[in-house]
Design a protein around this ligand. Structure first.
Ligand SMILES: [Zn+2]
Length: 263
């Protein structure tokens, strides 16, 4: 927290708002400076204001399209790292342009919120599951000696998923699939709550898949995640043309994950 406050003090001072010494301690000057910023509700707790200011800065610099809610999540964490990068190296990170992505939805996947909408479309969590026979063999990412040829998924995503993986196989071929680690399967159906929340994860319906989680860790942005590299563009296009959503491509975190629900 101290490094965040210090960073925020520097930015407030750069805006001429007199946040006091940049010492990482939240004093009354820093608070008064934060209260001069438009878009931060004055009744929020101090720490929440600090985070909201970081989110506003990220928006201002076009780093991330994250919401200004004063809560620290993977997106804000990534935005913060980028802001620090700009400060330390005096250069803008590459702009993030999720709006350039196609927004196909041939299967009419529902939105992930509200949950009631999702339940209307898919039913209760863990219901309506079927097995998919895979167009190319997968390996368990946590035990790569184990090859699998099928796994459980929701029956309403089955055909779309099969189409995607068939196209992946036909486009890349088995050798490239291996080299690019497009066969390292990190799971599909898994009933659990989202991290830091009480809503169910998309995995609970068997409508989300993870691939190569070790090289695409939850909090990693496009600077670190292997799936953000250009050689994976086709991989993502194939998913997107079928209406699947990559959190990496749209929100720049959780690059391992792809889901049949719109944001
Ligand atoms: Zn996932």
């Amino acid at each position: 927290m101290k490094s965040r406050i210090k960073f925020v003090q520097g930015q407030l001072n750069a805006k001429g708002l007199n946040a006091g010494p940049e010492d990482g301690i939240m004093g009354h000057k820093t608070l008064a400076a934060l209260d001069k910023i438009d878009g931060i509700p004055s009744n929020w707790a101090k720490q929440r204001k600090v985070i909201a200011f970081i989110q506003l800065l990220a928006q201002e610099k076009g780093i991330e399209s994250c919401k200004v809610d004063g809560y620290w999540g993977p997106q804000t964490s990534f935005a913060f790292e980028s802001l620090q990068h700009v400060q330390d190296h005096n250069e803008e990170p590459e702009r993030w342009r999720p709006e350039d992505l196609p927004d196909a939805n041939p299967n009419d996947w529902p939105k992930q919120t509200p949950e009631a909408e999702l339940i209307r479309y898919y039913g209760q969590v863990e219901s309506n599951q079927t097995k998919i026979d895979l167009p190319y063999p997968h390996k368990l990412s946590w035990q790569t000696s184990r090859v699998i040829n099928r796994f459980s998924c929701h029956e309403r995503v089955h055909d779309g998923l099969k189409k995607v993986l068939t196209r992946v196989r036909d486009h890349y071929g088995l050798d490239e699939i291996k080299r690019l680690r497009l066969d390292l399967w990190g799971g599909c159906l898994n009933v659990r709550k989202m991290r830091g929340g009480n809503r169910y994860s998309m995995h609970s319906w068997g409508i989300a898949l993870d691939y190569d989680p070790t090289r695409n860790q939850l909090k990693w942005g496009r600077d670190k995640a292997s799936f953000a590299k250009p050689e994976y563009n086709k991989w993502w296009e194939i998913w997107e043309e079928e209406g699947w959503v990559s959190l990496g491509r749209l929100r720049n975190f959780d690059w391992m994950h792809v889901q049949a629900a719109k944001l």
